[in-house]
Design a protein around this ligand. Structure first.
Ligand SMILES: *Cc1c(COP(=O)(O)O)cnc(C)c1O
Length: 229
């Protein structure tokens, strides 16, 4: 199937999964993940009116940024090293992978001269996988409290990458735990610069289950563009 048809099918599946979700009248933001994909391939989704794109590597985002139109809303979804923050602060709308205080301080410092805050999601590692970045569930609220002191950074929600499994049903409990944490913070933690708007979870293999469990932002690469080269 082609890219345009894939995009249509995913939008259709999002709508049906939403009906089984905690917020059936809600909305799910689709981030099209463009890693390893060419400008020609990316243009196919832009032509369909989809402008929210995600990259997991700073270098790839920097390479593609000048080649694509200004309407693109870039999200950085992968691990971010402190020394690379300066290259992306003027390019991205949302960072999904905030997961340590030093990184938050660096983002804050780089946003100050731009006179606007960076929107960030806190990356959580609920399954405590050693190969993945992100905070333990128990660390999230203390971390958010610390970061809320930084004026040029806004916490807009949480993000997770679920463990890779054969059957997405296996990770349903992980998504459920994330939604509980998200709701808990939304209802009980009232801080400056903190607002639980986005719960970024779900990729090609597991986005339907993620939406059923309360995700409102999914990151889809191979499901749109086909397998990675
Ligand atoms: C690659 C990537 C995705 C998308 O993965 P697919 O399985 O191709 O949909 C989502 N999130 C992150 C952080 C990624 O690096």
């Amino acid at each position: 199937m082609g890219i345009a048809a894939n995009l249509e099918r995913i939008k259709h599946d999002i709508a049906s999964s939403l009906l089984r979700s905690p917020d059936p009248g809600g909305k799910v933001t689709l981030v099209a993940v463009t890693k390893n994909k060419s400008v020609e391939e990316i243009n196919e989704v832009l032509q369909k009116g989809h402008f929210i794109l995600g990259e997991n590597r700073v270098q790839e985002l920097r390479d593609k940024y000048p080649l694509l139109p200004n309407e693109v809303e870039w999200h950085l979804i992968g691990h971010l090293q402190r020394n690379k923050v300066k290259y992306i602060v003027d390019k991205v709308k949302l960072i999904h992978s905030l997961e340590n205080y030093d990184l938050a301080v660096e983002i804050n410092k780089r946003m100050e001269p731009l006179r606007r805050p960076m929107k960030c999601l806190v990356q959580v590692n609920p399954a405590r996988e050693e190969t993945k970045f992100g905070l333990d569930v128990s660390q999230v609220i203390p971390f958010i409290k610390e970061v809320s002191q930084l004026p040029w950074l806004e916490i807009k929600g949480l993000m997770t990458i679920a463990p890779e499994v054969d059957d997405p049903e296996e990770v349903r409990p992980v998504f459920r735990e994330m939604f509980e944490l998200f709701q808990n913070i939304k209802n009980n933690v009232h801080l400056n610069n903190v607002e639980m708007l986005y719960l970024s979870m779900g990729m090609t293999s597991d986005y339907k289950v993620a939406i059923e469990e309360g995700s409102n932002m999914i990151r889809i690469g191979s499901g749109i563009f086909g397998p990675r080269n």
